[in-house]
Write a new protein. Structure first.
Length: 126
């Protein structure tokens, strides 16, 4: 019984030290400082985004042409127009005009009679 208790105590202390240090990748860098380094979803058009299932991840490129409500904007590309929901925190201090081309990443949000994009990342394309 003492051996089991001692083994459990040792395992707990080892885990605590490991958790404080963090997971180290083979490159020697902590895992918390990286992300996925591989292919990303390709850009889709507004017309394509409207046909996708609810919660599908999309990447759009085009222009935000006007604000239609609080955190609700009209986005346009060559294939059409769609409403995009952009939380204030997603702007990260960026100011845009309708002439600025942007890349939006987010999820399709389908309701009974509407489709919009819930934006998770917004970036100005230079």
């Amino acid at each position: 019984m003492k051996k089991v208790l001692l083994a459990a105590l040792f395992a707990g202390l080892s885990f605590t030290g490991y958790a404080q240090q963090g997971l180290i990748m083979p490159s020697g860098q902590p895992a918390s400082q990286g992300g996925f380094k591989g292919p990303v979803p390709g850009v889709v058009s507004v017309a394509q985004a409207k046909t996708l299932r609810d919660d599908a991840w999309v990447v759009l490129e085009g222009n935000i042409i006007r604000q239609v409500g609080h955190e609700l904007y009209e986005f346009k590309d060559a294939s059409g127009v769609i409403n995009v929901d952009i939380d204030d925190k997603r702007w990260m201090g960026q100011s845009l005009s309708p002439a600025d081309k942007v890349r939006l990443e987010g999820e399709v949000d389908k309701d009974w009679n509407s489709v919009e994009i819930d934006v998770k990342n917004l970036r100005v394309i230079k």
